[in-house]
Design a protein around this ligand. Structure first.
Ligand code: SMG
Ligand code: MG
Length: 370
């Protein structure tokens, strides 16, 4: 148990190495909130996975900032002596907003683990010290650029390449990538851009031996996905639709997917992410760790999560250099065998570099316990 004395909110922005286009928008910078929690014993860091716009989910930076400042941080101060694992209850009076809740929870957990000298991966129950890396490729303007990017990533050693698709930029592009890379582990992610009227598109994708098709239909759907999964051979993987372990249970029960993408921010923090993992492991459903173009802070968190035993597929965990020329932490590197080391130091095992942090900060606000 510890008392949180202060919370620092910080909005940061870093240019991306290349624009990242999905079916719902494009990002050229990574702009996100970092939280630093100061307890009696230590300080902890966490990154909010929301972006500038409510495109992936209803959460976005400015909304998350207000929620953290006006509701979650005051509730945390009011709670007095806390453990990170109890914060789900402390924050239960706020409906939804899992990404904002996860951020504060993770910052307190990081402080707690640093004070106790325990690594996050060990705390979560990890059984590996390296994880398999995959890479997610945005939708580039041309097929030639797509082939060049995919070829480059495969040459670097990535064990799986995920192609973002949207209606009209799907079957032909996947065909070209498959033809050029017959043996590569390939998947696609539609970010909810299709409907059941598009079943022929997914039947056409069945030809390419994809590892999975991720979130093809509506972001809040389970029933239509179950219908689609019955119509196609490729495994459906759900991302946006899985917001809790209860959703994972329901999706498996309904047959909505055969694989689950776990993002701690999307499900409201590491404890719930572990429950999603446990639910899937118990039912023999493979999971993998999703990504939200995180800086080194969020990447360290993801690496610890991905080290749990049920994470049996390569995650959207790539080297820092795939996203940023100059990350805010020491950069994460991938070995040529396509794996990355899980941080072993206390907590998430990394901190922001102070000079770099100052250089990319747009705004800071410090909230103090009265
Ligand atoms: O972190 O490498 C990464 C990006 C992984 O494709 C990725 N994330 O739907 O899975 C997903 C998307 C959401 C990010 S939108 C900015
Ligand atoms: Mg996705």
């Amino acid at each position: 148990m510890t008392v949180v004395r202060a919370i620092e909110l910080r909005l940061i922005t870093l240019p991306l190495v290349r624009p990242f286009r999905t079916s719902f928008g494009q990002e050229t910078e990574k702009t996100c909130i970092l939280v630093r929690a100061e307890t009696d014993d230590a300080e902890g860091w966490a990154e909010c996975v929301a972006g500038p716009d409510p495109g992936f989910s209803e959460e976005f930076n400015e909304g998350a900032w207000l929620l953290l400042r006006d509701f979650l941080a005051p509730a945390l101060f009011e709670a007095g002596e806390v453990r990170a694992q109890d914060l789900g209850d402390v924050f239960a009076f706020v409906r939804g907003n899992p990404m904002a809740k996860a951020t504060l929870m993770n910052a307190v957990l990081d402080a707690e683990l640093r004070a106790g000298g325990q690594a996050l991966a060990a705390y979560l129950g990890a059984d590996k010290d390296r994880v398999e890396c995959g890479v997610s490729v945005g939708i580039p303007p041309s097929t030639e650029q797509l082939l060049e990017q995919v070829g480059g990533y495969l040459a670097e050693g990535y064990r799986r390449v995920k192609l973002k698709i949207r209606p009209g930029l799907d079957v032909d592009r996947v065909a070209a990538v498959r033809e050029a890379n017959p043996a590569a582990g390939l998947s696609v992610d539609a970010n909810a851009a299709y409907s059941l009227d598009d079943v022929e598109t997914f039947r056409a994708l069945d030809r390419f031996d994809l590892l999975m098709v991720e979130q093809p239909l509506h972001h809040d759907d389970l029933v239509q996905h179950a219908k689609l999964q019955r119509e196609i051979r490729t495994d459906v993987c759900l991302d946006e639709s899985i917001r809790s372990a209860a959703h994972a249970d329901a999706a498996i029960e309904l047959g909505s997917c055969r694989i689950v993408n776990v993002k701690q921010g999307r499900v409201g923090g590491l404890p719930e992410a572990k429950r999603v993992h446990d639910a899937c492991l118990a039912r023999g459903v493979p999971v993998w760790c999703g990504g939200m173009l995180e800086t080194g802070i969020g990447r360290a968190t993801n690496l610890a999560l991905a080290a749990l035993p049920g994470f049996v597929l390569p995650g959207d965990i790539s080297a820092s250099g795939r996203y940023f020329h100059d990350d805010i932490t020491e950069p994460f590197h991938m070995d040529p065998d396509g794996t990355m080391a899980v941080p072993a130091g206390p907590g998430i095992g990394v901190e922001p570099r102070p000079d770099r942090l100052a250089g990319c900060t747009l705004r800071t606000e410090v909230l103090k316990k009265q």
